[in-house]
Design a protein around this ligand. Structure first.
Ligand SMILES: CC(C)(COP(=O)([O-])OP(=O)([O-])OC[C@H]1O[C@@H](n2cnc3c(N)ncnc32)[C@H](O)[C@@H]1OP(=O)([O-])[O-])[C@@H](O)C(=O)NCCC(=O)NCCSC(=O)C[C@@](C)(O)CC(=O)[O-]
Length: 307
């Protein structure tokens, strides 16, 4: 039997990764309410928004309103995406108490995806990130690096683990403290995901690596289990399975946080999350979007609740 971690930390990325691709306007007040329901359900890390160009991702144009609208809870880490100095400056424009606790620079293991997503090559992206990482760390803000397309790319197809290792090394070199191994388009299967994590381990400790799996092909829970078996204990997921990346056409949302929590609870792994409250948060945002939560666990438990 593989040995698994006794506790897992989940970063809910629903308010950011989940909502960034929504075509319909989602009021900032709804996003703020979602963050608050997530923290009330026990989430200790929440990715709340991104300070990117509103021309590229219009849904995140209300970033400051969302970040500053949250009634913060002690012990919760709020993170935001900042692709460049302009993004970091905007994220730190308010008084210190309203700064994010962590910023995320986001690169890709695929050149083509890097160009489509952030309009520059991998090498150029690292040049852009370096001063962002340095400035954030100088202010005592934690820095995470998201690595997209670590198993597959919508433009280049399968991605070799060497490319993941290369990107992880570059991230480490500029002072990124922890990284996400992202299966952006949800094509990964357990052994491929394990190879991407293994390549990342050449540069980061297992405690500094998180799994970020989209569920397009229904493999995300299997991939989560495969990562857990390697000792990964940080995962990202979206409440109600929200989401998709605007630059990864056809990719569906992240694995639903409800499904991950159910898996972990069933394995006796502590998450600190109240599954019922989480399900209600998922129903809240799904109703606001006019659809059902994309979570089998949510559906099953709600049917059971209805008797
Ligand atoms: C990176 C850029 C800005 C480069 O975009 P660019 O066009 O190359 O940038 P630029 O420096 O030439 O600036 C162009 C315009 O954007 C403005 N601008 C420039 N930067 C900012 C900023 N930070 N905030 C607000 N405005 C900004 C800038 O001021 C200028 O405005 P103009 O003079 O034309 O009016 C652009 O490509 C961009 O915003 N991309 C974001 C794409 C994105 O958000 N993708 C989704 C997130 S990543 C993801 O979902 C994957 C992940 C993390 O979840 C993991 C996974 O699953 O793979």
């Amino acid at each position: 039997m593989a040995s698994y971690p006794s506790r897992v930390k989940i970063i809910d990325v629903g308010p950011r990764d989940g909502l960034q691709n929504e075509k319909q306007p989602v009021p900032a007040a709804v996003k703020v309410e979602l963050v608050q329901r997530l923290q009330a359900a026990g989430l200790k890390e929440i990715e709340v928004t991104s300070f990117v160009s509103p021309k590229w991702v219009p849904q995140m144009a209300d970033n400051a309103q969302v970040l500053h609208g949250i009634e913060r809870q002690a012990g919760v880490r709020y993170s935001v995406l900042t692709p460049n100095m302009k993004g970091l400056e905007a994220a730190l424009a308010a008084p210190r108490a309203e700064w994010p606790d962590e910023i995320v620079v986001f690169g890709a293991a695929s050149e083509a995806f890097s160009q489509k997503n952030i309009n520059c090559s991998i090498a150029e992206s690292i040049e852009r990130f370096a001063p962002v990482v340095e400035a954030a760390r100088a202010q005592g803000i934690a820095v995470r690096g998201a690595m997209s397309c670590t198993v597959g790319c919508p433009y280049e197809g399968e991605i070799a683990p060497e490319k993941v290792g290369y990107l992880a090394g570059l991230m480490k070199g500029i002072g990124v403290q922890r990284v996400d191994v992202a299966d952006t388009i949800g094509v990964g299967t357990p052994l491929k995901v394990q190879r991407a994590i293994e390549a990342t381990q050449a540069h980061f400790d297992i405690a500094e690596i998180s799994g970020h799996f989209h569920d397009t092909y229904g493999q995300a829970l299997s991939n989560t289990l495969a990562a857990l078996g390697m000792g990964v204990w940080n995962f990202q997921s979206s409440v109600a399975g929200l989401g998709g990346c605007p630059y990864a056409k056809g990719a569906t949302g992240n694995v639903a946080t409800e499904d991950v929590v159910y898996l972990l609870q069933g394995m006796g792994i502590d998450t600190g999350i109240d599954l019922d409250a989480l399900i209600d948060a998922g129903v809240y945002i799904s109703q606001a979007l006019g659809r059902e939560p994309h979570s089998r666990v949510s559906k099953a438990i709600r049917i059971k609740r209805a008797g």
